[in-house]
Design a protein around this ligand. Structure first.
Ligand code: TXD
Length: 308
């Protein structure tokens, strides 16, 4: 029996996820959006391409939450994306209203689903979904660290002219300018990058990682990155759907871990069939701890603006 995956938001990221999830036969896809015809048109287009990937899955579009009934996994991208000159935080008020509506729809029609939140500002949106839905913390996880870590890995691989496959990296903290790429834990086939790249180049790579989202927004001008975010959400979805116990940087509800209580923050965790299976606490030196705490405080200030 194939899993049922509901994508709430049929825009740029939602469309790419629907295509990738279907063609990799990760489950039957319901693409939901408030715009009439948009999810139905994208779903029909993707479904008609399925024979080219030997993909025997159902892909449907929907404008009614009733059609997500019983979904096993829900991935939420509903909300506005940034335009040039905007920060992720600028999306808070608009996307907060949308997220509350989405949380109510998912709570009513897919009460047992595992949920991956993608919408920005991510740390505040996943917190909002958790509060409104009342779902347990293992079933509500935010996607940001997988994308930020992928960007960090790509920049390191390009710097060294090595395979991206051999670069591992972790980016912790909030999904914004205060994110914390952990240089000490970044390796190429186990070799610390500090033994392969100069300090100034590492600093440049760290800065580019933090600004990578804005770099794409400035080039696209009409929206934000969508292929790599879609791929990142699918990395998390696959870990859950296949019970892979992946160790990934995800936005999780901390209840004492890292000295944080009651906030969603990006940390390493184990993802499997039960969603968030456990948070992994890595040692942070004084400098890393300071940067992490600063990032947590930024998340806290954002969440303080939310009334639920
Ligand atoms: O790493 C990350 N987490 C970020 C997330 C990476 C990149 C993009 N990030 C955020 O994801 C971005 O800032 C947005 O907040 C979301 C979705 O980005 P996307 O590029 O997919 O935005 P689009 O193309 O505008 O799609 C959003 C869709 C659009 O089709 C709207 O009609 C729909 O959301 N929408 C709704 N769907 C359901 N319910 C409601 N209320 C609703 N309102 C709008």
């Amino acid at each position: 029996m194939r899993k049922k995956i509901a994508l709430i938001g049929g825009g740029n990221i939602g469309g790419v996820m629907a295509e990738q999830l279907a063609y990799r036969e990760l489950g039957d896809v319901i693409l939901f959006d408030v715009v009439e015809g948009l999810p139905q048109g994208k779903a029909l287009d993707i479904a008609e391409g399925a024979p080219l990937f030997d993909a025997d899955v159902s892909v449907k579009g929907a404008n009614s939450y009733a059609e997500i009934a019983g979904a096993d996994l829900v991935i939420i991208t509903a909300g506005l994306a940034r335009k040039p000159g905007m920060s992720r935080d600028d999306l808070l008020n608009t996307n907060l209203k949308i997220m509350k509506q989405v949380a109510e729809g998912v709570r009513e029609h897919a009460p047992n689903a595992l949920v991956i939140v993608v919408s920005n500002p991510l740390d505040a949106m996943v917190y909002t979904f958790k509060k409104v839905s009342g779902f347990p913390k293992n079933r509500v996880i935010g996607m940001a660290g997988v994308l930020d870590s992928a960007r960090f890995r790509a920049f390191v691989a390009w710097e060294l002219g090595v395979s991206v496959q051999d670069v591992t990296a972790l980016v912790l903290g909030g999904h914004g300018d205060t994110m914390v790429p952990l240089v000490r834990y970044c390796t190429v086939a186990g070799i610390p990058i500090e033994k392969m790249i100069s300090k100034e180049r590492i600093n440049a790579i760290v800065e580019r990682t933090k600004q990578a989202g804005g770099e794409v927004v400035a080039l696209l001008k009409t929206g934000s990155a969508f292929v790599s975010p879609a791929a990142s959400a699918i990395e998390m979805a696959e870990a859950i759907l296949k019970d892979k116990k992946r160790v990934l940087a995800c936005c999780c509800l901390l209840e004492g871990e890292y000295g944080v209580d009651g906030l969603y923050v990006g940390v390493p965790c184990v993802l499997g069939a039960n969603g968030l299976e456990r948070v992994i606490e890595v040692d942070l030196n004084a400098e890393e701890r300071k940067l992490f705490d600063e990032s947590v405080e930024h998340v806290r200030s954002l969440v303080k603006q939310i009334e639920i």
